[in-house]
Design a protein around this ligand. Sequence first.
Ligand code: NAD
Length: 472
Amino acid sequence: MQDIEIDRIVAEVVRRIHSEQNNSAPPSDEKSEPKWDADSFIERSKIAQRKFQELGLEIRKRAIRAMRCAIIEKADELGQMAVSETTFGKMPDKREKILLAADKTPGVEDLVTRTFSGDNGLTIEEPAPYGVVLSITPSTNPPSTVVNNSISNIAAGNSIIFQPHPSAKNVSILTANILRDAISSVGVPADTILCVPEPTLDTANELMHHPGINLVVVTGGMGVVNAALNCGKKAICAGPGNPPVIVDETADISKAAKDVVAGASFDNGVLCTAEKEAFVVESVADEFLRQMRAAGAFQLSPTDAQKVVEMVIESDPTGSGERHPAINKKFVGKNASVIAKSAGIDVADAPLLFFEAQWDSPIVMVEQLMPVFPVVRVPNVDEAMRLAVLVEHNFKHTFIMHSKNIERLSKMARLCNGNIFVKNGPSFAGLGYRGEGHTTLTIAGTTGEGLTSARSFVRPRRCTLVDYFRII
Ligand code: NAD
């Protein structure tokens, strides 16, 4: 029997004992559905965090095991609910993201204590909690971000208050409640994890500026990133991306096309790391398009592509005449066939719509968050690299490249300056999904923490003893 299975059984037994005890006890405030007002909510979180920090490190490990098991058991239900509440994305990909967050978010082992010993004594630097953390989460990955940020912050010793996207409120609250039950089953105060029951922009702003919040973590678009950067306290900001994929003439074209279709259509394109446009060297472009079709994607004719682009991109969304194109949110995360049908095109069951586009087309420039994928022909790989960097807008997010030329791969790795650079694989490999490395749903390109984990949510505190405790 595997460790995770043993942990799951232990957690289930503890949960049952705990729930029997709770059922026979008078209802406690901690277990009831939290009501929201900023001051009392933050006070509850602060009290829970102080108790939690006193409990030590072993209990954090037990809490994280219980959280992983509880979420793995509910992944199907949470995935279904996320799709039906937000109308974004699809099963089974939603479930896969939740399982990924439960399995591959690092725990306490991610924290590192540093020591310095020398003629003047001994100094240690320990990863200490911030205290109360506010996490503002997106509509595109609601349960997976709550799971990921919870595990990271329980490992770090913080308490966490979630402010979910209003359109993903119910699934986020359910996820937080499952996690609250899991941590309390091993003796961690349930209020270490709280979720705002009626999230609005006002509650987000009130919490962000509240003196009781010690760290703000945001995962979303530029609006919330700018709000967090201006909130006057430490903020970890995971903003938008527009990941380009480059395919050069040395690549395995059939594999490149399969990987691009898999990555760009995963959860209907809502992942911030997903391929959003391709730059393909002219000499292999026709073959690449053919292999995209062979991989199951549907190629739109130039006329149909124009119809779809005009439908999914609003060229002047504010009506100001300034023409800052933006996506039409109505089509975010929808199935390819639904988008095609809305444009009067009949497409059965394809995971992705694709078409040829000019590099400066709005669909290349904006982050479309849907399975509608432009392919741009370029004369050579240097031009592909130049344009890829340009259309990524310096978000420092994600780049993908298919090539067998190691000099070109190395050149692009330096040039792109992204948090993630995937070589010869689908974009999601960079999140540790069918790729190596830990996962995160909060990639903080804007503020530089990159792929966040427990160590991103602690502050190093130094303790120095002068002249003693050195034995070497
Ligand atoms: P969004 O920006 O609309 O919302 C994200 C969260 O911020 C929500 O909780 C929302 O209510 C809140 N919010 C939005 N504007 C705000 C403001 N001005 N003040 C306070 N709170 C505000 O994003 P979304 O549509 O839910 O998610 C998709 C976006 O998030 C995409 O741009 C995607 O690339 C990005 N994203 C980034 C990462 C990452 O790790 N870098 C991960 C997931 C999503």
